[in-house]
Design a protein around this ligand. Sequence first.
Ligand code: AMP
Length: 412
Amino acid sequence: MTSPNFAGLGLPDILLHALTAHKFTIPTPIQVDAIPPLLKGRDLLGIAQTGSGKTAAFALPILTHLLAEPRRPGPFQTRALVLAPTRELALQIDEAIRAFGAGSRVRTVVIIGGASRFRQCEAMRRGADIVVGTPGRVRDLMNTRELSIATAERFVLDEADRMLDLGFIKDIRHIVSALPSRRQSCLFSATMPAEIASLAASLLRDPVRVEIARVEATAPKIAQSVRFVTSSGKQALLAELLSEPDFKRVLVFTRTKHGANKVAERLEATGVQVDAIHGNKSQPQRERALRDFRTGRARVLVATDIAARGIDVTGVSHVINFDLPAEPESYVHRIGRTARAGAEGIAIAFCDPAERSTLRQIEKLMGEKIPVVGDIPAETYQSRPQSPQNRRGGPGRWQSRPSGQRGMRSAA
Ligand code: AMP
């Protein structure tokens, strides 16, 4: 059996050249399944997460359509609207569209919070073939009539479940109500909670459903482990891990913005090149932090869940969950930042006594136990008297525990 290639999917030559230039030779499964129906004008429901190649899956058909029917949009109008939950993801999508559309005259405008509203309005004066934006700012510009989506022929809602988590559903329903009824729509989501299923039902007409790598399935190349540690011992454990040269490009997740700042400041004080990224940082700060992390100027990036999805940084050697996420699904997204593009990755979770039940939920979601590495501090077993077995592990702190001993963790 020959593997599919992009030419076989029906894309025009100009896009095929751009794909070759970017070393996209073999389409990913979602591209194989989604591109042909989208080229035929069908709506699409994609159950897929970042890393699956979904950006190209929706962007290439939009570009194909715009190239086949070149028409200048009127002032403040757009011919296609792509909504993403975070500014970073919107910028990434824009970057991908520009790369694929290089050599064409397709004009994209990014409309996101934290960046100059004035410049975005100025850019919209000439109209846009494609607007990529986040819901809040898009709605804002629609309200002041500096963006009209009444003529948008294509609509993409990316990472819909994340939109729900971030409280954007009302904005989205408002935006969707301003779209023309004759349009093509795609909705992508990693999970399908009831609210997203109902949004999809109201948004899509007879959609093709494409499901790739459900959220429960973690990438097989991620070596996961958990370290039991007291809450006050986490920072020292992190510093100790970072003293290992193997920890080349490390993404550290904390639960709160304040926590992210604190961890970053303490690391910086020990001479580690580190930056923090979270919702309280300005857009230029967030972009600089990502750029420095991508280029290796910062070895460590401390982030809240804002960076758990959508951020595409290749070569992340380690993801460290300094705090376990409140939502078990977020764990899967967080660790998915490593082992991208076929590389191998390591994910280490710190678990303090208060996080034990969260860890169990994560393991339940993934249907597997995460191997325990290192010491188990006595404090993590407060609710159970110390037995010699509980304390097993002693000085061999860096050794992985045989699976038969892992059950201890659920005892507390
Ligand atoms: P996405 O899920 O769209 O964020 O894509 C994840 C990563 O995979 C990005 O770095 C893309 O550039 C890359 N990618 C997507 N499709 C392909 C492909 N067919 N060949 C090579 N790389 C790809």
